[in-house]
Design a protein around this ligand. Sequence first.
Ligand code: ZN
Length: 325
Amino acid sequence: MVLVVLGIDALDPELVEPARHPNLALDTHHAIATINSVEGEPSTHELWPTIITGLEPAEHGLTLDDDGVAWENPLLNVGSRLADYVLPDSVQSRLGAWILTNTTADAFRTPASYYAERGIETVFDAFDATTIGIPNYVVDPDETDREHQLRQNMGDLFERDPDAKGGHTSADPVEFYEQCLEMVMIRLARARRHLRGGDSELVFAYTSGLDLVGHIAYDNLGLQREAYDELDDFVGEVRADLDDTDELLLVSDHGLQDGVHTHEAMVAATDEDIIERIESVLDVRAAIEGELTGVDHRPDDRAVERTGSDQGDAVREQLEDLGYM
Ligand SMILES: [Zn+2]
């Protein structure tokens, strides 16, 4: 009786092929509307707070025009545009490296207390919830996991490049791909652990791996397709761990094609009732709350329950063997 939500950054409704990706399409899926930032494209920094609060970026206050911490930070763009014109190459690349190193460590690290302090409700307030790596909802600022560590140490595997189609280049796209897929695996594994542990009614895990692959795959679309194929396998593993009463919801903040964010996000679910009223990123919170309120997802003692049913099967088999059934 657990609702598992996987927040998959940049999962693009146009790149999910239901026949090829049954676990990304689930039983039902559709494209949803998203919101552009001042930069003109949808922003991870703004949208995950929107998804968990149901509020427009201006209402929750975590917007690109006010904060200096996002990947899509205007500083990064201004810095690199400026560097194009006034700085020699060596200084330019050092500046680029400095900006990257000095912003990734802080990227998306707004503490969860931000919301309560401003009287902003989130989808987690009324439920037993486990949150894993959600951008700008950091429960323990000292906690980092393998995805955080990989993100902070990408070096020349992921560098801003204003001349590149998607604004980024990688010194080694294949090695970068490996690291991004490891990020996806660690976050989905953590979600599975909490699903199996049965300690929460809501498990909400986020990963940025697919987004990162997309940003450098503009000249190697095969890599992006491979990432969708692998992601489908990993989500399938989570899905295989669901019991009859558990549900799975996938949600994204925007799409990503040819190295740049696109203006459509998506939802997919194991139950049509969960997503039928989601038309935009603003509706996700209400949909999760509706599901958790309407259906009892509170933790059960699933270890005991499993042992019980296994024993039941064993007893039934013995009785069958003995000819009583
Ligand atoms: Zn994003």
